[in-house]
Design a protein around this ligand. Structure first.
Ligand SMILES: NC(=O)c1ccc[n+]([C@@H]2O[C@H](COP(=O)([O-])OP(=O)(O)OC[C@H]3O[C@@H](n4cnc5c(N)ncnc54)[C@H](O)[C@@H]3O)[C@@H](O)[C@H]2O)c1
Ligand SMILES: [Zn+2]
Ligand SMILES: [Zn+2]
Length: 399
């Protein structure tokens, strides 16, 4: 059951807020918080009944939070390539939950409108983020040591738990990301509430993931960081986090638009994988011996194996992108003689989330987004499949 806490808040006020673009603030919301309007029973969401089946924008039930969960009115959600992998069923390892349908999405930014009886430390009106790691058990060895994303009992938003491609979503209160109200942030401000919520959403997976991957790279200031897929969602964020952390960035992707975009974000050298004659030599020349670390974000299996060829001696190759059935091949002789490190990096824990959000809140990361209606998700997936998206698309759940 819900706690009675949500009762004084009007969801229609929250909805109002949402539609009053660029004119939204929670102070006004709480001043007018006496009206008693209940959470609706149904809402709009995008669902699919099996992998690769039609994506349907339809009226669905508003979920009820379990005792440990928040009910979040999702305002915006980033669309991560992971959502496309899930939709296509690329990863057979996951025990997806179709009950009877699945709602994707795991970069949801919204307002808490209700919560279960056991929830502590949250109140209605707080701003919350929905992440891929919807919940972890908090009790296993991995959770105990801060490796929450490796928890074997983890539930995943948009895969084993309905995610943020709906107007109201539930999420575990411990793992939910705590978003700062932009009115309390120097570089944001109250009048930019709506913009803040849209732009913060990609940080909840993309930003967090690349920030953690950069930490795993062991790079030092001024060293070369190579980002594959630098024109995509994670790539645009990795370029900026790497810069903010003091690294030099060389990127691989394709097309003039992505090159311009990458350079505008502070990337130094762009390699077009469709144009280069010898990618290994181009990279090694530009970086005088190869990048000290590679952050593999490209949705291409071949490009992952290639990174073992151009990486610098003693360098670190971080595996992040998860193309279907991908295998990394590395020549053992070179691998040993160059003493390469290949590491996997999987989203991040709560501290990584907080830190990644702090970079964003301080204005160090410009979230490069295009906002479209939730009803247009199918088109977004089509464009993503073709590699046509520059930066990140964020869906507005009101449209
Ligand atoms: N490990 C994790 O925790 C984690 C978290 C989030 C996303 N991911 C994965 O990261 C990957 C990227 O996600 P995204 O949302 O940024 O995707 P995206 O579609 O926005 O970007 C992928 C980019 O890769 C580029 N690309 C394709 N082939 C390439 C090649 N051969 N060389 C260089 N670039 C190439 C595309 O042009 C595109 O710009 C996905 O596989 C996603 O599932 C992993
Ligand atoms: Zn993601
Ligand atoms: Zn655990």
């Amino acid at each position: 059951m819900y706690k009675s806490l949500f009762k004084p808040l009007s969801t229609s006020l929250i909805r109002n807020q949402h539609t009053l673009k660029h004119n939204v603030n929670l102070r006004v919301l709480s001043r007018r918080a006496n009206a008693s309007v209940t959470i609706p029973k149904s809402q709009k969401g995008v669902v699919f009944y099996k992998h690769n089946d039609a994506l349907k924008y339809e009226d669905i039930k508003v979920p009820e939070p379990k005792s440990n969960e928040l009910l979040v009115k999702v305002l915006y959600s980033g669309v991560c390539h992971t959502d496309l992998h899930v939709y296509k069923g690329d990863w057979t390892e996951i025990d997806y939950k179709f009950d009877p349908y699945l709602v994707g999405g795991h970069e949801g930014a919204g307002v808490v409108v209700g919560m279960g009886s056991q929830v502590k430390g949250w109140k209605v009106g707080d701003l919350a983020g929905i992440k891929w790691l919807q919940s972890s058990c908090q009790a296993c060895e991995y959770c105990e040591t801060g490796h929450e994303s490796n928890c074997t009992h983890a539930e995943l938003s948009g895969a084993t738990h309905n995610g943020s491609f709906q107007q109201y979503a539930t999420t575990d209160a411990v793992q939910a990301a705590r978003l700062t109200n932009p009115k309390d942030l120097k570089v944001w401000g109250e009048e930019r509430f709506d913009e803040y919520m849209a732009k913060v959403s990609p940080i909840l997976c993309g930003g967090l993931t690349v920030y953690k991957a950069l930490k795993a790279s062991n790079l030092k200031a001024n060293q070369w960081c190579l980002v594959t897929g630098c024109g995509g969602g994670l790539g645009s964020l990795a370029t900026q986090y790497a810069k903010a952390m003091g690294f030099r960035v060389i990127g691989i992707d394709s097309g003039d638009e992505k090159e311009k975009f990458f350079k505008n974000l502070g990337g130094e050298v762009f390699i077009d994988f469709r144009k280069t004659q010898d990618i290994v030599s181009d990279i090694q020349q530009a970086t005088k011996g190869g990048p000290h670390a590679v952050i593999n974000l490209a949705t291409s299996s071949e490009s992952i194996s290639l990174s073992t060829k151009y990486c610098r001696t003693n360098g670190t190759i971080v595996l992040v992108g998860l193309p279907a059935g991908a295998v990394v091949k590395s020549d053992v002789f070179d691998h040993v003689v160059k003493s390469l490190n290949i590491v996997g990096s999987y989203v991040g824990n709560r501290a990584d989330t907080r830190e990644a959000l702090e970079f964003f809140n301080r204005g160090l990361i410009k979230s490069q987004i295009k906002v479209v209606g939730l009803s247009q998700l199918e088109q977004v997936f089509e464009d993503m499949e073709k590699g046509k998206i520059v930066g990140r698309v964020v869906v507005d759940t009101a449209k």
